[in-house]
Design a protein around this ligand. Structure first.
Ligand SMILES: [Mg+2]
Length: 153
């Protein structure tokens, strides 16, 4: 009638409920990062093409980043363009709408705009976004280039 082993196994089972709760709070709130991409001169499918592959944007989406577009293209054309590259942007607008993006995602810890011109920088800084100029990015551009620009520099 030895009853030791089965009982011990049961008691050693981790309490899953509290752990799951902590994790979900930490990931969803603490790590929210908003990334805005210009198109022309920035994305590989822009006109002219830029150094950022669509795969990098898809990777950021997969990592839980809020990825969207702020370019000079008409709103109606931006969404279909990104859809063709497998990305459903969470926001679409002009660069001068970046402050609205920040208001729409008030809980994010970082706001990043990736672009190629002084106009991009102007509106990014005005809206309180970090600005990543594509000419300054190490090539080839990978998700980590956008993910942690402090590390890159
Ligand atoms: Mg551009």
């Amino acid at each position: 009638m030895a009853q030791g082993p089965p009982r011990r196994t049961r008691l050693n089972r981790p309490a899953t409920f509290p752990v799951v709760g902590e994790l979900s709070v930490g990931l969803s709130v603490a790590e929210l990062v908003v990334v805005s991409f210009d198109i022309d001169g920035t994305m590989e499918f822009g006109d002219p093409p830029g150094p950022v592959p669509a795969a990098v944007a898809r990777e950021l989406v997969a990592r839980g980043y809020v990825v969207g577009v702020a370019s000079d293209w008409p709103r109606s054309q931006q969404q279909p363009l990104w859809s063709r590259h497998g990305i459903e942007p969470r926001f679409v607008g002009g660069k001068h709408h970046l402050h609205e993006v920040k208001a729409a995602f008030p809980d994010a810890t970082r706001y990043i705009h990736v672009g190629d011109t002084d106009v991009d920088e102007h509106y990014a800084v005005l809206a309180g976004f970090e600005f990543l100029r594509v000419d300054d990015l190490e090539l080839p551009v990978v998700a980590e280039t956008i993910d942690d620009p402090v590390d890159r520099a």
